[in-house]
Design a protein around this ligand. Structure first.
Ligand SMILES: [Zn+2]
Length: 403
């Protein structure tokens, strides 16, 4: 298979090379602190040979991935939550089981593999915490130098984690936007690889592995597709959403599965945003033709820090028909703020599920967190309203609801 970067806005293609992150013409007018224009996506052509291309099609050969065990996290059945919500086929994808404790390890894993393939010795990034500790952990396993730009307000625990993994920590007296800019200046000056989330396209592509694991766990092995049996696609997948990178990666994964013939339809993927950090929800509700639906930038107020963003870096990627493939259509099934779907009412569900989810995504938090929940109808998804149950849901990184 052959890999390239492609701009979902203008269609230009670029080689996957170190130093290439954005589409030149589409990113020319980017403004610091705003949602990014010109974010690229990985695309492939040709046929997938699992022997040569790996169990999951990725733009770096399997031999370059470090030995740290990223992914293959549990998809488990929360019995008591199922009974309480009345959804007997609800599943939780628990990515806190990754080495550094977050979904971000999937992106760090691919970026580290890319660095090793290209002989790059150092990776730099800005982060509010999770991406930094993730890249530090995976980088340590890969034998790479990691330089982290953290805003001064980053949690102490994350700073400690970064240092324990042996990364170089540069504390920035300012917010994430300033740390982001400083890290890019550093990358430009030194030529090191940037792993800034939503900026390096590999951070999106690396996250699609979760979708492959979900499909594999839910249905027959992917290899069975060749024998006429399809893996089972979930009906609905709910993704806590801040910048929009994880949900874009999850959608990319299901698109690949559909392209490979491993599933026969796309799931409905839902972006769950906290009411106090709902820039993507607001942008989707903005009138068609708005000059910039992410302006004015509204300061996030949610306590769910991992999905707390002022300007979602992947926002335009979403609206331009990239990650979310909305094609400019208004969101369907947008819930008004205050309609607090059950997904956010799980304040004390940790005790019923047997795990205590970190407050980072608002799940398992000690108090209710109201959310705006958006149903994103995907390109190519047949309309079958009878099979969708937007009124019900659960909590976690991904879910499957029964028809
Ligand atoms: Zn472009």
């Amino acid at each position: 298979m052959k890999w390239n970067y492609r701009c979902p806005t203008c269609g230009r293609e670029y080689g996957i090379e170190p130093g290439r992150y954005l589409c030149d013409p589409c990113s020319a007018a980017n403004v610091p602190g705003r949602a990014l224009h010109g974010v690229l996506e990985c695309v492939w052509t040709g046929s997938w040979d699992p022997e040569a291309d790996g169990a999951i099609p990725l733009p770096v050969p399997a031999r370059f991935f470090p030995s740290i065990p990223v992914g293959d996290t549990p998809l488990w059945a929360p019995e008591r939550l199922r009974a309480e919500l009345g959804f007997p086929r609800l599943f939780l994808k628990d990515d806190t089981c990754n080495p550094s404790g977050s979904f971000k390890d999937r992106a760090s894993y691919l970026v580290a593999a890319f660095a090793r393939e290209r002989g790059i010795k150092e990776i730099a990034l800005a982060s509010t915490g999770n991406a930094a500790s993730s890249m530090a952990a995976v980088g340590a396993a890969a034998g790479l130098k990691i330089t982290v730009f953290l805003p001064a307000a980053a949690p102490v625990a994350k700073r400690i984690q970064v240092l324990q993994y042996g990364a170089e920590l540069r504390e920035i007296q300012g917010n994430y936007d300033l740390a982001f800019d400083k890290s890019l200046e550093y990358s430009a000056e030194t030529g090191v690889l940037s792993r800034n989330t939503a900026y390096n396209p590999l951070t999106i592509e690396g996250k699609k592995t979760a979708s492959f694991e979900i499909a594999k766990a839910l249905g027959p092995a992917l290899g069975a597709a060749a024998g006429g049996r399809k893996a089972a696609a979930p009906d609905h997948v709910f993704v806590p959403t801040g910048d929009g990178v994880i949900i874009a990666g999850v959608i990319r994964g299901f698109e690949d599965l559909l392209k490979l013939g491993a599933i026969d339809r796309m799931p409905t993927v839902w972006a769950a945003q906290a009411e106090g950090s709902s820039a993507i929800a607001r942008a989707l509700a903005a009138p068609a033709g708005s000059a910039d639906p992410f302006v004015p930038v509204v300061a996030a107020t949610t306590a769910a820090d991992s999905i707390s963003v002022d300007a979602p870096r992947n926002g335009h990627y979403a609206l331009d028909g990239g990650g979310f493939h909305l094609g400019g259509r208004p969101a369907e099934r947008a819930l008004r703020p205050g309609e607090a779907p059950e997904v956010w009412r799980q304040g004390r569900d940790g005790e019923r599920r047997g795990d205590l989810r970190r407050p980072a995504t608002g799940l398992g938090q000690g108090r209710p967190l109201r959310g705006a929940l958006l149903g994103l109808r995907l390109r190519g998804l047949p309309k079958s309203p009878g099979k969708h149950r937007p009124e019900g849901n659960g909590g976690g990184d991904a879910h499957r609801l029964g028809p």
